[in-house]
Each structure stands twice: as C-alpha cells, then as structure tokens.
Write a protein of this length. Sequence first.
Length: 202
Amino acid sequence: MKSRSSCSSFSPTRRAPLENARLFVRANELATRDGVTGLYNHRHFFDMLGAELSRAVRHSQELAIIMLDLDKAGGLKFVNDNYGHLAGDELLQHVAQFLLQHVRRADVVGRYGGDEFIILAPQTGPEQARTLAERICAQLAETTFEISGHPLSVTVSVGVAVFAPDRNCDADCLVREADRELYVAKQSGGNRVSMTDLNSPA
C-alpha cells in the first residue's frame, strides 16, 4: 500500500490569494512609507495625526507634535556635497533609526521632507513634550554615526507644539506652530528646543 503525503503542493489557484495579499501589503507600504528611511511619509503621517487629534478631542486628552530639522554643520547638505547623495541617504536612515529607538512605544515618527522629521506624541502634555524633545536633541548630539566610512555627528533644531482639548487648533494649525518653533530654534543657533506657549492664541 502506497503512503500518501499529508502535505499537498499548492496549485496556482491556491497561490494566487497569497500573492495578492503580498502585493497588497507591498502597495500599502509604498503608499504610506518613505522610500529612503522607511518612516511614515508626509501624507500618511497627517492622516494619523488627524485621527489622533479626533481621539484626543473625544477623550479630552493632550497631544504633542515635535518637528526636527538637521542643522547645517554636518547635516544633509554637508554630507551630500562631501560624500555624495548615497551617503546623504545613509545619514537620513541613521537618524530615522535613532529616532525610532528613542521615542516611546506609542509615539509615531515620520519623515516630513528633506532632512526634516516629525514625531506625534499622543497623551503628552507640555512638560512631557519638552522633556522628550530635549532628551532626543541632547542624545543625538552625543551620537556618532559612520557615514560611508566617515565618523559624523549631527545636531537638530527642534520645534514643539502641544494640543489641549480647550484649544481650537486642527492638524494644520498644530504643525504650523511646531514649524514656527523649529524656525525659532534654528535662528537661535540650532541644537536646541523651542516650544510654543499654550497661553498664546493659536
């Protein structure tokens, strides 16, 4: 009597749903992730921010946005000009991984564009947001990356904005505030955190 194998080979019709699922996952990744860093892209980050803001309003919770821009000294333009654009991509990847390792589990990290990054910190008030931003700013300045065989340290300018339930401020408003504070930090010399005053009008 011939024995029968318990494992039958996949037919093309059985493979098709699995392949379709893989293609769907891949397409979703391409639509939501930045191609260089693997972080969430600008559009998807805004989608997530909108959803998180709606949740914060419903549950009367605070929420923080932290924007970071690499400073000129040792930054993206320096690396691109001196080591090439592939090295520039490598720098962005290193910074992206650094941010992922130094935020909290509930936080969301995205690439805003160029050498700007953005963090969504749910259920985070002003003191927590400032502490998180200053810790990231300080620890990044103390970190040395190896870029195309060259040791490199970078610093960031950081802008922070906090949403409170009693504020009339949507996603665009909140990001504009963080971007404005980022500019203040940059104009003040970089490698520092600037934070919006909740007592000022939105």
